[in-house]
Design a protein. Structure first.
Length: 185
């Protein structure tokens, strides 16, 4: 068996609080709400679950992590509507199908858990979709914040409901500005 893959990380500040960005095998593999010092135990367990090194290396000069931070900053300014980063999604085939469906939800729009279940061809798997949504390793990048309850209510989010509300409001405002401009051009 080979050696575990080394995980590099940086920490950034954002309008929804601090974020830890992690990279393994040349790909962004996790976005975690909070600071590394408070999330280290949970991230170590997550890394072990996926065969990654639990000894993380702080890498503030890593080109991919710097690019991810720059794209997130542009997103928070309302200037970026999708992310173009190499990613590694560690999860089950079902989870990966859910995460692919999340990635297909357009910027500024929302879908219900039921709609996501239907999109992956598993209309009765609404609760399982919620579980996969909750385990999304790349929140914001893979927009799990765009999934709402059947009645449109905000339910569950790793960063908290206030962060989810702020992300949806940011997208709603930016999308309303971008759409009229697109119609003019």
């Amino acid at each position: 068996m080979g050696q575990p893959t080394l995980v590099r990380w940086i920490e950034i500040d954002s309008p929804v609080g601090p974020l830890v960005l992690l990279k393994a095998d040349g790909r962004l593999c996790r976005v975690e709400f909070g600071r590394m010092e408070e999330r280290r135990a949970a991230l170590t367990a997550w890394a072990a679950e996926h065969g990654l090194a639990g000894d993380f290396r702080h890498a503030p000069d890593d080109p991919l992590l710097k690019e991810a931070a720059a794209q997130l900053a542009a997103y928070f300014r309302g200037e970026r509507f999708r992310f173009e980063l190499p990613t590694a999604m560690y999860g089950t085939p079902f989870q990966k199908a859910v995460w692919a469906a999340l990635a297909a939800i357009p910027y500024g729009e929302v879908r219900s858990y039921k709609a996501v279940a239907g999109a992956i061809g598993r209309p009765s798997a609404v609760r399982a979709v919620g579980g996969a949504n909750n385990r999304n390793p790349l929140p914001i990048i893979v927009p799990c914040h765009r999934v709402v309850g059947a009645d449109g209510s905000l339910v569950g989010y790793a960063g908290g409901l206030d962060a989810k509300r702020r992300l949806l409001e940011l997208e709603r405002l930016a999308a309303n500005v971008a759409r009229p401009l697109a119609n003019v051009l």
